[in-house]
Structures are given as C-alpha cells and as structure tokens.
Write a protein that binds this ligand. Sequence first.
Ligand SMILES: [Zn+2]
Length: 563
Amino acid sequence: MITKQDKYTAAIYCRLSSDDGQLGESGSIETQKTLLTQYCKEQGFAIGEVYCDDGWSGTNFQRPAFQRMLSDIEDRRVNLVVVKDLSRFGREYAQMGIYIEHDFEENGTRFIAVSEGIDTINGTDNILMPITNVINSLYARDCSRKTKAAHRARAKDGKYIGGHAPFGYSKDPNDRHKLIVDPPAAEVVQQIFRMFAEGIGYVRMTKILREKNILNPQAYFNQNNPDYYKSEYWRKPFDWHATSVRVILSNPVYLGKLIFGKTKSKGFYSRKRVQAPEDEWIVAENTHEPIISEELWDTVQKMMASKRRETKQGEIQMFAGLVKCADCGSSLNVSYDAKKQKYKNFSCWVYKNYGSQRCTSHAIGWQTLNRLVLEDIRHHAAIASHHTKRYTEMLTQLGAAKQKQETDRQKRELKKAEKRLAELEKILNKLYEDRALERIGEERYQSMSTGYEAEQRELNEKRQMLTAAINQAEEVYSNVENFTRLIRRYTDVQELDAKTLNELIDRIVVHEKVVNPDGQKSQRMDIHYKFIGFLQVPIEALLAPSIPEMTVRIDPDGEPISA
Ligand SMILES: [Zn+2]
C-alpha cells in the first residue's frame, strides 16, 4: 500500500531510443532530466538518483539503468519512480502493469508519470486506465483458467454452476448446485415447446406470450427476487424476445441434464464465443427433474434445425398455425425430411401426441396442401378480376346473411350483460353501505360481495369479447371490397409465401380421409379466407366449370390423383 509520507526519495528515470521516433528537443534525455528534477524540487521530493537509458528500446525491460533502478527499489534506496510519461517507462504494457500495479505497490514504491498526471498515490485502479485493460485481461486469463478447471470438475459431478437457475427451475434452497422445478415457470416453458412443435414461429410466439400477459424470464426473476438489480427489461415485463424463446427451446436443461462447455471463447482477447466440438462437452444426465419429454424435445430440435426456412414473419414454415384439424380443432403439425430438406406431411398434433383415443391422423401431404391452396387463391383471384361486380355482390350478400344473424345475437347478449353489470354495481354499492352502517356483519358482507364481484369480473370479460366480435363483424362488411381488391392481385401468383397466406387466409381446415363407394379415398379441405370466411359452395355455383372441387382424390401415399 502506498501512503502519503514525508520522506520520498525519487528515482528519476529517463529513456530514449531510435524507435521512439522524432520527439524533438522536448523528448531528449537532457530535457527529461531537467523537467523531472524541477518537478521533484517543486514537490519536495529528495532525488536519490537519475537513471538514464539512452538508446534503449521501451519494448523490453532489459535495460541497464532500468535494472539498476529495480534493484535500488528493492534495496529501499528509492521509494518513488518519476518518469516524464508512461512510454519512457516502457512500451510493453502487460509487463509495465505488473511493475507498476504489482511490484511497486507491494513494496510501497510510488510511481508518477508527469505528463499523463498518473500518480499511484491515488490508487492504481483508475489511473492506469490506458493499460489496465490489457493487464486485467492477463490476470483474468490466469484466473479464468483456474475457475474453468473448478467449473469443469463440478460440472462432471452434475452440479449446477450457473449464477441463476434457468427459467423453469429454481435453486434448491438446501443445495445451491441443485435445480428444482419451479412450477409456474415450468408451465410456461412447456407451453413454449408445445407452441413451437405446433409450428408457431418465434415472432408469433412472442406476440402470443405478450397477449397472454406472461412475464418474461427477466421479469419473472425480478418478481421472485425483488432484492436483485432490476434491468431496464423489467419495465416491459410481458415483452418477449425471439432470442429468449430460442434460448429456452435449445436448453437441454429441460431434459433433466446439464451440459457444460458447449461454447468457448474464440480467442483469449475475443469476447466472441464459438461452438465447442461436441466431444469437449461435459454432459451430466438425470441431474434434476425434466420439464420436457424426449419426444417433444426431438420434434422441436428437428424443427429448429430447419429454421433456415424461417420467413421474415418468423414462421417456421409458411402454413404454420394456419392448418387445423376439422375434428379436434388443434393445429396440424408438419413433418420435415431433413435429408431432402423439405416438408413432408401434415398430421393432427393431438393425434401425434395423445394417440388414436383423442383424434385421427388427418394426414395430408405438404405439397398437396400447398398446391390446393395456391389453386384456390388463383381461382378466387380470377373470378374477382373478371367478374368483379358479381363477386363483390356475392361476398356482401353472403357475408351479410351469415354475419347479420350472428351479430344480432351478439348485440342482444351484450345489452343483457351491460344491464346486469349496472345492477351489480348498484348491489355492490348498497352492500358496501350496509356494511359501513353495520347493518350486516363482516362475514356476510364478505361472502356476498365475493360472489357479486366474481360475476362482475366474468361479465366484464364477456362484454369485452362481444364488443370485439361485433366490431370485427362490422369490419367484414367494409372489408368485402378491400378483399376483392386484394385478391385480384393474386391472379398470376405462381408460388405461395407466408406473406400471401397471412394476408389472405384465416385458417385451412383439414378433414379426415373418407373411402368413397368406388373404393377410392378422398379428403376434404376448407379454406377460410380472412374477412369473408369459408366460401366453397357459392363459388362453385358462380364460377366457370374449370374450377376443381376442393375435395381431392388421393393415392395411398397421400398424393393427389390428377383427373
Ligand atoms: Zn385432430
């Protein structure tokens, strides 16, 4: 520790060599000497000796005067080193740092670089900023090597060594190296895996999570650890980022295993981390309770591997989330052939996960579905272009007829809900008054108000839903023209993409195959367009005979049989 003391005996150190370039008069040994002598006098330092390395490079410390100075420091003959600037002392920062921050400090030798205003009496932490990074990294290198070795040893034992438990788990209060399931967060993790397996892409998923008001991992952590520092992220507790979803989906911790050393830093001076070869990983199995089944994990990993197909909208494949099972209403999952790098078949997610007691396969080839949807869009587009007036009229009529009934019913229901809400408001106020005037007891008040409040909450939700539905229905009318205008643009569409599908289609409902009397199988598919819904029958009636039915004949492989 360097402390202020009365008696300083200075070592004035000067150095100059050809590799310092042209420093002019101000850099000459003579000038350095004069300047530093004057400085020491002003500061009241006794001058022990002037050390001059004239013609010696600063890139190493094998300089005669410098070495002599070091031994004089060790002998306590001097306790202050004064240089004009750091580069006089040396140009090899790592070693300089060791001298200044370590050796000098250890034996109480003060160091001053006059031009830079560096003085170790103020501590060595901040004043050596230009070089400390390098030095720190040097020490860090050694430390991190030691820490890493310790980490690897713990990881081999299956001990959790992270700072915080991964989202979905918490640290066992009795053993901080053990993970235990954190049920509410684990539930969210499971939802994320399931949604992804259903074909919902990262971006869409973040939206769903936000709409469901699900706390993001950071916010969830903050909520449960109120004493921790809260990052800015906390301000948007329901905002999920695609990255956090991806991180969760690719963390094998949810399988009950711990993997250490999946990434390593690229080089010591680089913060960039690169994938470590798999044989360098340390995998500890069954270290804690899994949250995700192996099957679900495998499905998700396969789908993630195909994520290069992800569109800008963040969909894994363009039909993701659009294709529904006609019987159970769940999404159809698509299988992916990694070798051929293409999608194979859609099949009901419930059937795939829960088997034949819950649903049937509803399998349909990706190519088949793609072709049929493309054809249907093109047909709509053709009619809308060539028979614009009739098409619009038909849609309006159809929409009006179908919607009016439904909307009227919703409006009636809304009125009823609003009436009851007004009543409840009065009842609750009265109840509160009665309690305040002690006309009824606390217990009775509690039991009565709880029931009314629950009813109120329920009705409020219902009111919201109905209002939204009514507004949407009214949009349908105004959107008929927009839709006609929109679909006309797709007359010549050659290939589908996520943007087209999302713009036009609400959902595609796939029915189970049926065997016709002639022994051939056929399968029905309903395409529900946005704004206008499912339109098969009137279209058939209206249009030219060349338009095929949406029911296709298929061969045993599930491929369509062309007529
Ligand atoms: Zn189903």
